[in-house]
Design a protein around this ligand. Structure first.
Ligand code: ARG
Length: 460
């Protein structure tokens, strides 16, 4: 007999039994479900809806079930539909009819909203830990490479010289924002929906605040329809996770490019590379590629849940059962990616000489030559025009700007003096960019200090 079987004359079709059951995936919420029920039972006892003695029996029974589930001793039943009813059924089997009092003043609608909030809260905390580890590794790499000169790109064409530290610190800013968004998501998530009932609250004098406090929430939801209908917290997590994955994906894309034979800026450790079944020479950056690929999954999870929610009238609709697999998939994907990217970065070898050599070619100092002229009073637009012509001339001759003779420069403009060669030296070009946020080693070192501090303040 179903827990809701009273008004039915026929049994559920076997196809439907399987189709609508969520136990195969929502058993993942068993701990949150039981902790929520323990808090609910304790509160029922304290406000006198049930006796203290009954509450204690419920709590003991629930705790025993949790232990047995964790020890792998429980077999869930598809017929009991979901984790909520599986636990309730087990409870009644174990402690008798007092178990049937647990669901007083509660609905699976507020129960599942509670479980998902509790679950995501702890997964946000775990994601925070992984993100922190990744950030620490990026800080360490940056500190090591303050003077590792590298070419910066726009349009995948060499643009201006920077350092590897500066490049890595760009990702630090992205991941710090991700952490901030996670924290913000957690703040809005951490409100208890229990007491919303099916959708219209309850006539029982439940102490919602007591339950919220016991479960570590900062408050209670303020509208019972919204309490059971709201999945914004899950969407926010998926949106935040999608942006985080987009950052990881961009970084991985760069690692893939940098590890090509054409670039050779970095070499991945063997532990984070894989071979080919046919080409014996191959060492492929599969891990980075897979992170890039898995980004699509997380976007998919976000779009799926947005789509599931978009046409739902208030309040609970069974469509919402589809929320969980999206959330679980995103949690698994994001955490696995963070877990593997950190050691992949930590173990990669940075080929300083190749990078520095790359920083030199491709007229990366052309802007600095124009700036040199502008500092001597030539309007920047005119300087740009002249340097453009010098670049054209040099590229036809196959030489760099620093290889053109002073007399050649002076023929083009009398403002050129011998000091121009210092101004267009790659190292000088980087060191001179001392502006806040710029690539000079001292600026980046300061940026690392400030960002480490930002991280400390963001953590919770
Ligand atoms: N298994 C359901 C879910 O995941 C629990 C809530 C069911 N509520 C209901 N009224 N059928 O959403």
């Amino acid at each position: 007999m179903k827990l809701w079987g009273g008004r039915f004359e026929k049994t559920t079709d076997v196809l439907v039994e399987d189709f609508h059951s969520s136990i195969s995936f929502d058993q993942r919420l068993h701990k949150q479900d039981i902790l929520g029920s323990v808090a609910h039972a304790r509160m029922l006892g304290s406000v006198g809806v049930i006796s203290e003695e009954e509450a204690n029996r419920l709590i003991e029974g629930l705790e025993g079930i949790l232990q047995d589930i964790q020890a792998g001793k429980v077999e869930f039943e598809i017929g009991a539909e979901d984790i909520h009813m599986n636990v309730e059924k087990l409870l009644t089997e174990r402690i008798g009819s007092v178990g049937k009092k647990l669901h007083t003043g509660r609905s699976r609608n507020d129960q599942v909203a509670l479980d998902l909030r509790l679950y995501l809260r702890s997964e946000i905390d775990e994601t925070k830990n992984l993100l922190e580890k990744l950030l620490q590794t990026l800080f360490n790499i940056s500190e090591e490479h303050l003077e590792t000169w590298m070419p910066g790109y726009t349009h995948m064409q060499k643009a201006q010289p920077i350092t590897f530290a500066h490049h890595m610190m760009a990702y630090v800013q992205m991941f710090l924002r991700d952490l901030d968004r996670l924290k913000d998501t957690r703040k809005r998530l951490n409100i208890s929906p229990l007491g919303s009932g099916a959708m219209a609250g309850t006539t029982f004098p439940l102490d919602r605040e007591k339950v919220a406090l016991e479960l570590g929430f900062d408050g209670v939801t303020l509208n019972s329809l919204d309490g059971v209908s709201d999945r914004d917290f899950a969407l926010e997590f998926l949106a935040t996770g999608s942006i985080l994955m987009m950052h990881l994906s961009r970084m991985c894309e760069e690692l893939v490019i940098w590890s090509t034979g054409e670039f050779q800026f970095i070499s991945m450790d063997d532990g984070y590379s894989t071979g080919s079944s046919i080409m014996p020479q191959k060492k492929n950056p599969d891990v980075a590629e897979l992170v890039r690929g898995k980004t699509g999954r997380v976007y998919g999870d976000l779009v799926a849940l947005l789509t599931i929610m978009k046409g739902l009238p208030l309040a609970y609709n069974k469509d919402m059962q589809e929320d969980k697999e999206q959330v679980f998939d995103a949690v698994d994907t994001i955490q696995k990616c963070l877990l593997v990217v950190e050691p992949m970065l930590r173990t990669m070898v940075v080929n300083r000489e190749v990078m520095a050599c790359g920083a030199k070619g491709g007229f990366t100092n052309a802007t600095d030559l124009a700036d040199y002229m502008a500092k001597k009073g030539v309007p920047f637009r005119e300087a740009h025009e002249l340097v453009g012509r010098i670049v054209l001339h040099c590229s036809k001759k196959g030489i760099g700007l620093e290889e053109l003779g002073l007399s050649d420069y002076q023929e083009l403009s009398p403002i050129f003096e011998a000091d121009l060669f210092e101004a267009i030296g790659i190292e000088y070009c980087v060191r001179a960019r001392k502006i806040t946020g710029g690539p000079s080693p001292e600026t980046v070192a300061e940026g690392i200090r400030v960002s480490r501090d930002v991280l400390e303040k963001l953590l919770w």
